[in-house]
Design a protein around this ligand. Structure first.
Ligand SMILES: [Zn+2]
Length: 108
């Protein structure tokens, strides 16, 4: 129980730091990257897994926050397994996200 509370607190802090990074990046990229690093470190220290919407807000390699088209690109690939490719424009690192078809409930 207590652990849950702590994790929520950490997530709030992480969210705040990422928000700050997003706002700071256009004027001070170095500071924004430091804020992202701090956010990641906070989560790791408390062993909290970040929810996907937070995890995808920055580059996992160089910690650049993804703000605007100058920092990342998104491509949809229709191959054997359809996926989205998100590429960091700063270091070139990319991640693939599989597109999962939502199951249709026939007898709802
Ligand atoms: Zn990067």
């Amino acid at each position: 129980m207590k652990n849950e509370k702590l994790k929520r607190k950490v997530l709030r802090l992480v969210e705040k730091a990422l928000d700050f990074a997003e706002k700071t990046y256009p004027t001070n990229p170095a500071r924004a990257i430091e804020a992202v690093k701090l956010a990641v470190r906070m989560a790791q220290k408390k062993r909290t897994r970040l929810p996907p919407q937070l995890r995808r807000k920055f580059c996992r390699k160089c910690f650049t926050p993804f703000v605007g088209p100058s920092t990342f690109s998104v491509r949809v690939r229709q191959e054997a397994s359809p996926h989205v490719v998100v590429r960091c424009r700063v270091c070139g690192n990319f991640r693939r996200y599989r597109i999962v078809k939502r199951r249709v409930e026939l007898f709802a």
